[in-house]
Design a protein around this ligand. Sequence first.
Ligand SMILES: [Fe+2]
Length: 134
Amino acid sequence: MEPSHYLPWHFDGNEFTVSILVTKADAGGIFEYVPNIRTPETENYDHIEHILSGGRDGVHQLDLQPGDLQLFAGRFSMHRVTPIEGTTTRYIGLPTYVHDPYRMNRPYHSESIYGRATKLHHQRADILVDGLVD
Ligand SMILES: [Fe+2]
């Protein structure tokens, strides 16, 4: 993540992610999350709307340090990374894991987070993962 970059509030399409922070930003770049804001049985839209409107109920911050390793269940925990401040690029390794090896992020999810979607993203876009909205 370059200076001024950020990741908006979102859920992951995968079951869990392993993150390893390599280089921390000078400031900003804070990982924020709302643990288990939704479950496989309920989307909890009222709480999600509260967060998207700037509310902070249930928001946790994790100021990761270089070398920190985190296991994170992003499918159920809404999360974001605040804007990168200063001149240092933030580097983080994010291997992700799914139970179904055929599964990929929805095209718009990949485009908004990574800047592009591949032909495979579009071919697999209609595969239902579970009842949750991606
Ligand atoms: Fe994520």
